[in-house]
Design a protein around this ligand. Structure first.
Ligand code: 13P
Ligand code: SF4
Length: 305
């Protein structure tokens, strides 16, 4: 790390103390942002940490739905998103109006929404889930049918795991994971014979079916620690390679070609974290009625799995 990056990190950590803050970073964040964070985790871990934190200020180094989730679960805290434009294209693929119409056409069918959705959509949802607990969440409902959105790939993967439940899926997807083809994964297998493939459930069904394990980002970090493979093919956003190298430095992690990069996750730089803490900028608030309506679905999510 350069001298100037080190100085910036020292500055950020001093601001964290001064503001009684905590920095929660997603596993896809740039290495320098992960390095300055108090905790790095997947969406479920970040939501739980935000709810349990005793800090006065939460800096969410990630994308908007994560900061909104923190603001809903921790209404007394100040939540800062260092780059306000950092969003998730998938979360924009279903609006509250669209969900309301879908529900109206399917009266009585419970709604399970991926946490990658807006606060307004969560307010119309029975229970949210993340990639780490989607199967358990759907199973926990004990029903024969659910409406699942916005990710059709995660929904289909859940449907394959929970055969007793009919999962009707919304037609949204992650542009980063949905563009990975089976051919690309098979090519990586050919180039690295014997190496297992781990994939995120936002990948297309044929890619998930090909993978040796389908896991959330933090589940991947735990999986490689116990795996005896010395090379692992990683089918998720490239930022996870930072954490993988940290938890299993003796192993080789191979991303795909071309690399999978979420432009929104990469918007946040160390300077943005410093500026947000210094000026207390990028505050994310959720209107009270929306937050109150969305909280129950998020609290159910954090209690499962
Ligand atoms: P995880 O919850 O697995 O970290 O995934 C979040 C995400 O946005 C994946 O694209
Ligand atoms: Fe959204 Fe995909 Fe980026 Fe995750 S990787 S934040 S799902 S666009």
């Amino acid at each position: 790390m350069s001298g100037s990056a080190e100085a910036l990190m020292t500055e950020v950590r001093a601001l964290v103390r001064e503001r009684r803050a905590t920095i929660l970073a997603h596993n896809y964040q740039a290495a320098e942002v992960q390095a300055v964070a108090d905790v790095v985790g997947d969406s479920l871990e970040l939501a739980r940490l935000a709810a349990a934190s005793d800090a006065e200020v939460i800096v969410l180094a990630g994308v908007r739905f994560m900061a909104e989730t923190a603001a809903i679960l921790a209404p007394d805290k100040t939540v800062l998103l260092p780059v306000p434009e950092a969003g998730c294209p998938m979360a924009d693929m279903i609006t509250a109006e669209q969900l309301a119409a879908w529900k109206a056409g399917n009266p009585g069918v419970p709604v399970v929404m991926y946490v990658n959705s807006s606060a307004e959509v969560k307010a119309l949802t029975d229970v949210c889930c993340t990639s780490a607990n989607a199967v358990e969440v759907v199973r926990s409902l004990g029903v024969s049918r659910v409406l699942f959105g916005p990710d059709r790939n995660l929904g289909r993967w859940v449907a394959g795991q929970v055969s007793e439940v009919e999962v009707s899926v919304w037609d949204g997807c992650c542009p980063v994971h949905d563009t990975v083809s089976l051919e690309t994964v098979l090519r990586a297998r050919e180039e690295h014979p014997g190496a297992p493939v781990i994939a995120h459930p936002e990948c297309r069904p044929e890619v998930s079916a090909e993978a040796d394990a389908v896991l959330s980002t933090s589940q991947m970090l735990r999986w490689v620690e116990v795996s005896d493979a010395d090379t692992v093919i990683v089918v998720t956003e490239a930022g996870l390679l930072t954490g993988l190298a940290k938890v299993a430095p003796a192993k080789r992690f191979v991303g795909l070609t071309p690399p999978m990069v979420c432009a929104d996750m990469k918007l946040t730089r160390l300077e943005d974290v410093r500026d947000a803490l210094e000026g207390m900028t990028g505050r994310v608030t959720v209107p009270r009625d929306v937050a109150d309506a969305a909280r129950a679905s998020l609290e159910r999510m954090t209690s499962i799995g």
